[in-house]
Design a protein around this ligand. Structure first.
Ligand code: ADP
Length: 621
């Protein structure tokens, strides 16, 4: 197995087999208006051209699609891309067609006559790329079509779906193992954004890749700003965060369907253009939300994990986790949906140990219902534990994520996480505070849960307090100066730190352990954390991304983009990316020749909307 890392690779290289860099560059300029390849793209494209099996791991936004789009265009052949979701296929095909690149998709959202029409085009060799779902690929009808076309190369997008260690295991992906037996001389190229070493091995094994070229890009996304905040008043916290991204696209992830609806309603009541999205909604309604988001008619989607893979809107500036996701893979994937255009984006996770417990219960229940093999349930438990550790250990978030994916982070201060920006601080007198909480747990005889203990500490006046005589305890009201939600969060921090136990089951109670007694005796210092309010001003990295950009012109260009998208019935982001709009709003080209040099405008887009862009720039004075 040959592994190349990103540091070793840059630029376009010529090749002994005759695919010269010039041919690749011509295609690159013609369709996309790009001048050069990114690290690893050259190697991945060469593997595609030479039809050597490969596994390409690049972060979201790293430019994987180009790696399988370029080879068939250069070689003049038809390749097949296996993709898990219709929305994903549709957006890719729309985007490719806007660039003048011949591509088509076959999916269950099309009626029979449309399918027949596209099949005829494919059979006539009119397309360079065909997108299909794994189920369709393995139907006799499609296999026959592929055999007739003598398809010699398959790309598997979102290849981690094949592994139970991935965050998005899809049983139908397992059948892709058949590809190598059905098309023994074809090459198979797997692409994914998230893969630990374990998942990589699994992908190679499951797909039966032969001596694959393994290309692993850097996982780090320097343009993403990671923040983890204690979850206190989550609705207000979310609204505050969204306010920093007024008029920009954001996604809020939460665990349950009900949560998505509550949060979306709250945001709407605060004047935010938000809508919920979850698997319990009618398909039409879901599609409507998705379309409105793509058309920039709403700014925020509040979703369960059901929303995502189909979303490749490239200008998402903020991803919020209202609750911890169930693995670092999921976190990386979901936060990775922001800033795909390379511009800065913010990712905020509101953490509470209560949500970890919620996940544990949900996982236990679903494992029982699905009668899943014990190893699948166990892998789920371990992945969640890793995520909990990520959220609770305070160190550079970029370094922690890199380490998880087996990479050493070289920067000393990333300037793009709560830790490096100095936004996390210790709570004053943490040890004394902890002692008060622990002694309260002792006073209530270790028989009550978090809620009740917090009630006692904050001096709640309730029937329950009186019934148990707890208003007479020495710890009653001893922490009444702290807001209740802050107090609850601190109790959960003690659980996270192993200083306090919580019994499993439906009526969990807080229990003391050896560590608790050690703390109470003064033999162990505790450090509890709290978040400083983030500055509402932009960070250094955000500031740099706006340098020389005329922000008003940028907004006008966004408006023009929305208009063009509406006329063509496609998502706004496939017309032109934010990065291209910002370059336009900074360079302000006013001739066709000058626009040609802007990154992201190929020949077809130049002909199709160059004049309107110039008009917009000129009318802006
Ligand atoms: P991925 O599939 O890895 O998430 P994409 O293929 O969607 O990433 O690429 C992310 C963005 O980067 C897209 O806007 C794409 O057009 C852009 N991009 C890809 N390769 C290049 C390149 N060589 N030069 C400039 N932009 C690129």
């Amino acid at each position: 197995m040959k592994t190349v890392d990103s540091a070793a690779a840059a630029g376009v290289t010529g090749d002994a087999n005759g695919w010269a860099s010039e041919e690749i560059l011509v295609v690159l300029r013609r369709f996309w208006g790009f001048e050069s390849l990114r690290p690893l793209q050259a190697e991945a494209i060469q593997a595609g051209l030479e039809r050597r099996d490969s596994l390409v791991v690049m972060p979201t936004g790293g430019g994987k699609s180009l790696c399988y789009q370029v080879p068939p265009a250069v070689a003049g052949r038809t390749d097949i891309v296996v993709s898990p979701l219709i929305a994903l296929m549709k957006d890719q095909v729309d985007a490719l067609r806007l660039c003048g690149y011949p591509a088509a998709a076959l999916h269950s959202g099309m009626d029979q006559s449309e399918i027949r029409g596209v099949e005829r085009e494919i059979a006539a060799g009119r397309h360079r790329l065909i997108f299909v779902a794994p189920e369709r690929l393995l139907t006799p009808r499609f296999l026959e079509l592929a055999a007739r076309l003598e398809v010699s190369s398959f790309a598997i997008d979102e290849a981690h779906c094949i592994s139970q260690w991935g965050h998005d295991f899809r049983p139908e992906y397992r059948r892709l193992a058949e590809l190598k037996t059905r098309f023994p001389s074809a090459s198979v190229h797997a692409y994914t954004a998230t893969a630990t070493e374990r998942v990589r091995r699994d992908i190679i094994e499951q797909l039966g890749l032969e001596e694959p070229t393994v290309l692993v890009g850097s996982f780090d996304r320097p343009n993403l700003l990671y923040r983890v905040r204690p979850k206190l008043d989550v609705n207000a916290q979310i609204a505050d965060t969204i306010r920093r991204h007024k008029g920009e696209a954001s996604i809020v992830y939460s665990i349950s369907r009900k949560d998505t609806e509550h949060i979306a309603a709250y945001l709407a009541s605060e004047g935010v253009r938000a809508a919920p999205y979850h698997a319990g909604m009618e398909q039409d309604e879901r599609r409507r939300t998705q379309d409105r988001f793509a058309a920039e008619e709403i700014d925020v989607v509040v979703a369960t994990v059901a929303f995502g893979m189909g979303i490749d809107r490239s200008d998402i500036r903020c991803v919020i986790h209202a609750a911890i996701p169930k693995s670092i893979e999921a976190y990386q994937q979901e936060t990775g949906r922001s800033g795909r255009d390379g511009l800065p984006a913010e990712c905020v996770l509101f953490y509470s140990a209560a949500d970890v417990i919620r996940w544990q219960n949900l996982m236990k229940r679903s494992a029982e219902e699905a009668a899943a093999p014990p190893e699948v349930a166990e892998s789920g438990r371990l992945l969640l534990e890793e995520m909990r550790r990520f959220a609770t250990v305070v160190r550079c978030r970029h370094a922690a994520l890199s380490a998880y994916f087996g990479e050493i982070y070289s920067g000393a201060n990333c300037a793009a996480c709560d830790f490096c920006l100095g936004e996390v601080e210790g709570v004053a007198d943490s040890t004394v505070l902890a002692q008060k909480v622990l002694s309260c747990v002792a006073r209530v005889e270790q028989r009550f849960g978090v809620e009740h203990v917090v009630d006692v500490l904050s001096g709640a006046s309730s029937e329950r307090m009186r019934r148990w005589g707890h208003e007479k305890l020495s710890t009653y009201g001893i922490l009444k100066d702290l807001p209740r939600k802050t107090l609850t969060n601190l109790v959960y921090q003690l659980i996270d730190a192993g200083i306090l136990e919580r019994t499993p089951g439906d009526r969990p109670a807080l229990k003391l352990n050896a560590m608790s007694w050690e703390v109470m005796r003064g033999g162990h210092a505790v450090s509890l954390l709290q978040a400083k309010k983030p500055k509402s001003t932009r960070t250094r990295i955000e500031e740099a991304s706006w340098r020389d950009v005329d922000e008003a012109l940028f907004e006008s260009l966004r408006k023009l983009r929305r208009e063009i998208a509406a006329e063509r019935g496609v998502a706004a982001f496939v017309i032109l990316h934010d990065a291209t709009l910002r370059e336009l709003a900074s360079v302000r080209p006013t001739t066709m020749e000058a626009i040609r040099h802007i990154r992201g405008i190929g020949e077809k887009k130049l002909t199709d909307f160059g004049a309107r862009v110039i008009e917009c720039i000129k009318s802006h004075g």
